[in-house]
Each structure stands twice: as structure tokens, then as C-alpha cells.
Design a protein around this ligand. Structure first.
Ligand code: ZN
Ligand code: ZN
Length: 474
């Protein structure tokens, strides 16, 4: 029995862990590595194993850094089942098709330059046909219900909080002992997936798994504390109220999945509760529109706050309110440039690495009446991180733009547990008394090592930060 780390090892993205049991291979997640273009290009294209050698996949949740390279796996010959929750399966259609679309247009851009240099054109990483083939391999499993992805493994999904459909995975592994009369070897391995915040709206709080002996745990915010969810709501109210007062535009770069719906849920509360007057709010992301539809279809993934809001909301829609508009077409999106404020524009991508937010930034970064509000994690080297760090001018579509807009952030909208919440979750697992070994993944290197130190200081034995490719006997 072995565990091998192939992604999100000493970095945040590209989640991919391989479990070897009884001669078979089970892959946990197959995410896209997002980072410097050259490295990402190689890393995503060349999988570190033969896709045909994988027997099954379990997918923790729909975010692209966990699901986004499944289509490469299928393109490379993988034909086994991909197990995940029903909501994740539903989310994967718009998200992976959107990702294929980005891959196809990215490569077009690169190929134009290669053509000019008379170089051979690249193929896209994968296409929408590869995504369709991937979706056809997905099988949904209800939360809490045991299933057997491969012989020798019994698995179960539990709620991870984070986003709709997100799971932690409990895996009971067994294989014959080595000697003739050697007893069967058994291990309970738990993969945290991405751990959400306690008290986040819409999704339930993360569940603490029982009886974990080996733990793979995320560490994204292992060195930071977020504002409380109540403080975040008040900060949002204040920033929006200021914009109404001064008549400018409020641009919110937001992940289409999770963050956008959470913002709408809070704006709905503030507007319907009379704490904010009605104002135009535009969700300028076709993907966010599709994702919001998926959310409406999966009440089995709601927490009590969302269920109550659903029952009590004035128009029966806790993420819809008067003044909210979804812009589907490019023309509708462009027309926002010519409208006068006050207004809120929520657009992807959350780290300003692509999507319609780039057009809004290009047009409004130079205006002092605009406020850009960051509500999510900004990875190193991304445009979002540069704007937030005060770089001026910044490059948008390769051109320099001066920054006159007010730049601000709210940390309480993170879909990830912060340092204290990660510690509390790990304490919960450790308190069951079975834990022998913990591997920290999905965090920048220094952050993961810091969290490892903090966990050891609390009495957890053997906390490691595996490097990419490292393999461990279980
Ligand atoms: Zn995630
Ligand atoms: Zn993630």
C-alpha cells in the first residue's frame, strides 16, 4: 500500500494524489496546475504516469485546480469511473467546458506567435470533445454512502464545506499481508480535499472524519487569519454603501463558483433586509450563471442558514433580488462600460488571470471613482496579486494601465478555512486517537511547513510536507 503525491505538493494548485492498493491504482483528484505559463504548459500536458494504468478516480470537488486535468487523463486513454458527489458532477459540465474553451483560445493566441516564427503549432491541452468523454465517465455517489471504487477500497464522501458539492474522502484500504499466514493489512486514509470555513453561508460546516490513521490535509491559509463571516458582511455593506454615495463602480473579481453565489446571498440579505438600498448588481460571467443554476438544483448540499433563507426569503430566492442582472453575451458585457454608476459588477476570474474582469479593469483602473474589491485568494505572480500589492502601472492584455482606482479587500469571504480553523479541524481528527501520520498539501511551501510546525507543537506525530513525486509506504 503506497501513497504518492503528484500535485499540490509544496504548492497550491494541481491537486493529484495516487493511492496504490493490492496492485491497483486509485487517483484522488486530477487538477490543473496554475502558475508560470511555461511550467504549467509542461506540467499539465505530460502526466507523470500512464493514464491507462489508473483504475478509478475520486474527485473531491469541482474547482479547476482539482478537476481541470481530468480531460487530459481521458485524452491519454483513461477509461475507468470517476466518482464524485452529484453536485460536483453537475458543476463539472459548465466548469470543464469553460476550461476547454480557455485552453482552445489560449493555444490559438500562442499559435499565432508560433506561426509568425514558422514554428509548429501546438494542440490545445484538451477540447470540449475530451470534456464530453470525461463527463460520461462520472458516477455520482451520495454523501455518507459507502462505495467501492476499486477492489480493496471502501470509500465515503463527507461534507468539506468549501463550495457546493465539496467532499472530504474517507478511504478504508485493505490488502493481503505479505507472508502466507500474514493477516490482511488495513488502513484508514482520509483526504481532506479543500476545507471550508465554519459558519459560511449556503454550504454546511466541514465534517470531522472518524478514525483517520493517515491524513492528507490542505494548508492553503496555514499562516493567516480571516475576518469573521459577520465582519465580512458588514465590510461589504460599508463598501457598497460608499459606492452608492459617491456614484462610482464597484468591481469585484470573483471566482464563478462559490464566491459569486456567496456574495449574492449576502447582498440579498442586505438589500431585502433594508440595510442597503436597491442598486444595479451585474454578474458578468456566463460560467457564474450556469453555476448559480446548479446551486439551485442541489438543496441536499445546503446548510440550515440556506434552507431557512429559502423558506423565508421574500421572493423565495435567497440568491436573487431586485436589481440583480446576469449578463450573458459579450455585447451586454461591453455595454456595462458605458453605463454610469453606482453599480456593482461581479466578474471572473477571481485572480484576474482571464475572463471579463480584465475588460472592466482595463476600462476602469484609471478612474478614481472606481473601487476594486478583492474577496479571494490571490496567488503569487497573478494580476490580482500585483494590483493588491500596489504595483502601478499594471499590465492588462500586455499593455500598461495606471492605477487610480481605490483597491481594497475583504478576507472573510474565503471558501478556505484559515489557520485557526485548520488547526481546529486537525485537532478534531487527532482527538479521535487513531492518527499516525499527516501529509500537508495544497499550500505554498513556507506556509505548509509553518502549519506542520504548529500541528506538531499541538502533539500531532509525524506531520510531513511531501515533495512532488515522493512516495510513502502506508
Ligand atoms: Zn477548491
Ligand atoms: Zn483547491
Amino acid at each position: 500500500m503506497q501513497l504518492q503525491f503528484w500535485g499540490a505538493a509544496r504548492t497550491v494548485t494541481g491537486s493529484m494524489h495516487l493511492v496504490h492498493v493490492g496492485g491497483r491504482r486509485l487517483l484522488l483528484d486530477c487538477g490543473l496546475f496554475q502558475g508560470p505559463r511555461k511550467i504549467a504548459f509542461e506540467r499539465n500536458r505530460v502526466l507523470p504516469f500512464d493514464p491507462r494504468s489508473i483504475d478509478a478516480v475520486i474527485l473531491s470537488h469541482a474547482h479547476i485546480d482539482h478537476s481541470g486535468n481530468l480531460a487530459s487523463l481521458v485524452k491519454g486513454g483513461f477509461r475507468g469511473p470517476i466518482y464524485t458527489s452529484a453536485a460536483t458532477q453537475d458543476l463539472c459540465r459548465p466548469m470543464l467546458l469553460d476550461s476547454a474553451h480557455i485552453q482552445e483560445s489560449d493555444v490559438k493566441y500562442v499559435n499565432r506567435r508560433r506561426e509568425a516564427k514558422r514554428q509548429r503549432p501546438f494542440e490545445p491541452l484538451y477540447t470540449s470533445d475530451d470534456v464530453e468523454a470525461t463527463l460520461s465517465l462520472m458516477q455520482s455517489v451520495p454523501f455518507g454512502q459507502p462505495f467501492s471504487p476499486i477492489p480493496g477500497v471502501e470509500a465515503r464522501l463527507i461534507f468539506a464545506g468549501h463550495i457546493i458539492g465539496a467532499a472530504s474522502v474517507i478511504l478504508d484500504l485493505s490488502e493481503p499481508g505479505l507472508g502466507l499466514h500474514a493477516p490482511e493489512v488495513r488502513r484508514r486514509l482520509v483526504f481532506s480535499g479543500d476545507i471550508g470555513r465554519t459558519g459560511m453561508p449556503i454550504v454546511p460546516d466541514p465534517e470531522v472524519p472518524d478514525g483517520a490513521e493517515v491524513l492528507i490535509m490542505e494548508s492553503t491559509y496555514g499562516d493567516r487569519r480571516h475576518e469573521g463571516t459577520g465582519e465580512a458582511k458588514e465590510a461589504l455593506r460599508r463598501i457598497v454603501a460608499d459606492k452608492i454615495h459617491d456614484g462610482g463602480k464597484l468591481l469585484i473579481p470573483a471566482f464563478a463558483v462559490g464566491r459569486t453565489q456567496e456574495l449574492l446571498f449576502r447582498l440579498n440579505q442586505l438589500i431585502e433586509g433594508g440595510e442597503l438600498p436597491r442598486l444595479p448588481v451585474f454578474v458578468d460571467s456566463p460560467l457564474a450563471i450556469n453555476v448559480t443554476e446548479v446551486l439551485r438544483r442541489h438543496p441536499e448540499c445546503y446548510d440550515a442558514e440556506m434552507a431557512r433563507a429559502l423558506a423565508e426569503d421574500r421572493d423565495g430566492d435567497p440568491i436573487g433580488f431586485p436589481g440583480l442582472r446576469f449578463t450573458q453575451t459579450t455585447e451586454e458585457s461591453k455595454s456595462l462600460n458605458f453605463m454610469d454608476g453606482p453599480m456593482v459588477i461581479i466578474a471572473a476570474s477571481g485572480m484576474c488571470e482571464g475572463g471579463r474582469i480584465l475588460h472592466h479593469l482595463k476600462n476602469h483602473l484609471g478612474q478614481s471613482s472606481t473601487t476594486v474589491l478583492f474577496v479571494g485568494f490571490q496567488a503569487q505572480e497573478t494580476l490580482g496579486r500585483k494590483i493588491l500589492d500596489g504595483v502601478d502601472p499594471v499590465l492588462v492584455f500586455g499593455e500598461p494601465y495606471g492605477v487610480r482606482a481605490e483597491i481594497t479587500k475583504i478576507t472573510g469571504y474565503s471558501a478556505h478555512a484559515d489557520h485557526d480553523e485548520l488547526i481546529a479541524w486537525a485537532d478534531g481528527v487527532h482527538a479521535r486517537g487513531t492518527l499516525q501520520r499527516t501529509f500537508l498539501v495544497h499550500g505554498e511551501e513556507d506556509v505548509a511547513f509553518k502549519l506542520a510546525g504548529d500541528l506538531k507543537a499541538r502533539g500531532m506525530r509525524s506531520v510531513e510536507v511531501p515533495a512532488r513525486g515522493q512516495v510513502f509506504d502506508l
